[in-house]
Design a protein around this ligand. Structure first.
Ligand code: BJW
Length: 243
């Protein structure tokens, strides 16, 4: 029977492409308190600061490319006969670009549970737009054709992550759960390994630079840079050596 794989990725998978992680000492938040740039309250207080933070990160996407870890997962998406859910906490588009370079199987799904830098959302209508350029208080949305309603399509603290029904269903019925490049500090993403183990009876594996906060919930732990560990592990999966 075809098996289901769930892969959860975090900032660590994009680190070797040149995108800083969050919680490293020189990470994305080192000059920006979390409450200022990653909460709806911070956005209400100072929308200009928040727009500048995300505009800079959106602009940086033009200078980075997917690395060997993104490409290895895209290879898996193109060759895995069962279901494959790639659930990323990352708001960059490196998984999108890597998988677009292959032909993923129809049962492949990529879900950006914390939103996407290259999208903007109208706060009035909820409409979501592809967005490549800066957003500011003068940006117009096509739905209201008025300024000031557009915000980054990002899930901040105290907001509901996207597609949780699909994610919970996938985690609770998968055979293999892989967590790559995430510190395991942010819920509900950090709780998915528990769901996969308890309800899905999945084999769980962590591929990270160092043990994550949820390390004890993983059957298998592999520590090292994602560009090395992920291609090796994907080769093992495709050779039939994991599930
Ligand atoms: C490498 C590497 C290399 C480096 N190779 N590895 C339960 C308990 C307690 C609290 C809560 C709870 N449930 C909810 C909460 C509250 C809150 C929360 O989790 N708070 C915690 C701080 C405790 N969660 C929320 O508010 C969420 N919403 C919510 O819960 O809604 C209600 C709800 C109820 C019931 C069901 C469902 C929902 C929303 C969370 C939104 C998070 N948003 C952010 C910022 C926005 C996006 C952005 O600006 O980009 O998303 S926070 C930030 O953290 C970002 C990330 O996606 C997220 C995770 O970070 P990540 O990816 O793990 O990065 P790092 O930097 O922490 O770790 C990188 C790792 O990579 C490290 O381990 C390195 O070692 C490793 N690494 N280089 C491999 N080369």
């Amino acid at each position: 029977m075809d098996k289901t794989i769930v892969i959860l990725t975090g900032a660590g998978i994009s680190a070797e492409s040149g995108i800083p992680t969050f919680r490293a000492s020189d990470g994305l938040w080192c000059n920006h308190p979390i409450e200022d740039v990653a909460t709806p309250q911070g956005y209400r207080r100072n929308p200009k600061l928040v727009h500048e933070f995300y505009n800079a990160r959106r602009a940086q996407l033009k200078e980075v490319i997917p690395n060997a870890a993104h490409h290895a997962i895209a290879e898996l998406a193109a060759n895995w006969d069962g279901k494959l859910f790639l659930i990323t906490q990352n708001v960059d588009d490196l998984h999108d670009r890597a998988t677009q370079a292959t032909t993923p199987k129809p049962a492949f799904r990529l879900i950006h549970m914390h939103g996407e830098l290259r999208k903007a959302r109208c706060e009035k209508s909820g409409s979501i737009f592809d967005w490549q350029e800066n957003i500011d208080g003068d940006s117009h949305c096509d739905c209201c054709n008025a300024p000031g309603n557009l915000r980054p399509h990002i899930v901040w603290f105290n907001e509901m992550p996207l597609e949780m029904d699909v994610i919970d269903e996938a985690a609770s019925s998968c055979d293999l759960f892989m967590s790559i490049g995430t510190s395991g500090n942010v819920y509900p993403a950090a709780g998915l390994v528990h769901t996969a183990r308890t309800y899905g009876r999945a084999h769980t594996v962590e591929l990270n630079l160092e043990p994550s906060a949820g390390e004890s919930l993983f059957h298998e732990k592999i520590y090292g840079p994602a560009t090395k560990t992920v291609p090796e592990y994907v080769r093992r999966i495709l050779a039939g050596g994991v599930v």
